[in-house]
Design a protein around this ligand. Sequence first.
Ligand code: TYD
Length: 138
Amino acid sequence: MKIINIKELKDKNLGSLAFFESMNDIPFEIKRVYYIYHVPKGGERGGHAHKSLRQMLFCTYGKIEIILNDGYEKNSVLLDNPSQGLLIGEGIWRDMIWLQEESVLCVVASEYYDETDYIRNYDEFIRLVKEGYWKREN
Ligand code: TYD
C-alpha cells in the first residue's frame, strides 16, 4: 500500500486539474478504469482481495474510508482529497466505507476484469497468505 500525491494544477479562479500517467506516475499500465457512486452514507463495499490485480484508488468527491488488510495487519486510509491516490498491490483484502453522501470512488486497474482473480472468501484469503501465495516484504 502506498499513498501518492497526484499532480495537480491549482488556479484560484479556475479551480484545480489533477492528472497522472500510466508508468510515469503509477507503476503499471492502465487496462481498466471504473468508478463507484450513489452509494448510501455508511454503505460498505469491497470484501475481497485479488490474486494479481494492482489498482490505484482515488476519491474525486467526498470521503471514503479504505481498510486494507494484508492478512497480518489492518491499515485504514481516508480518501477525502482528489489529489491523493492509494496504490494497492496484489493480495490485499479491502473494505470500503462511504462516509459521505455521493462520494465517488475511482479506480484504475492493471488488468481487464477477471472474476477468477478475485478472492471473495476471507478464510481462503488467510489460507493463501499463510501458504505464502504472495511474497511479503516483512
Ligand atoms: P466488485 O469488484 O466486487 O465491487 P465492490 O467491491 O465495490 O463491491 O464488483 C461488483 C460487481 O461488478 C461484480 O459482480 C463484478 C462486476 N464488475 C465488472 O463486471 N467489471 C468491473 O470492472 C468491476 C470492477 C466489477
